[in-house]
Design a protein around this ligand. Structure first.
Ligand code: FES
Length: 90
């Protein structure tokens, strides 16, 4: 399946892969200080197109309520899905 990193192209991703894994596999940089352990919060991205994916415990700890409402997620916690659009933060 495909999803988009903005700015950039659609990339091929696998189901059940995290957004962080998909980004790294496609040579796209997202900060990930704790290496995907869900403890650092540096992999914060804005995700559009899959608002129904449950927010994990790590995300509840590291993101404020407002950020979650705005679609911010941790790239190492959120799974890839079809038609998802990911806006990395720099
Ligand atoms: S890489 Fe640290 S919280 Fe995602």
């Amino acid at each position: 399946m495909k999803m988009s990193f903005i700015p950039g192209d659609s990339v091929q991703v696998q189901e059940n892969q995290t957004v962080l894994e998909a980004a790294l596999q496609n040579g796209l940089h997202i900060q990930h200080t704790c290496n995907g352990q869900g403890t650092c919060g540096t992999c914060k991205v804005r995700v559009l197109g899959d608002e129904n994916q449950p927010v994990t415990e790590s995300e509840q700890k590291l993101l404020c309520e407002h950020e979650i409402k705005m679609g911010y997620r941790l790239a190492c916690q959120v799974k890839c899905s079809e038609n998802m659009e990911v806006h990395p933060q720099h």
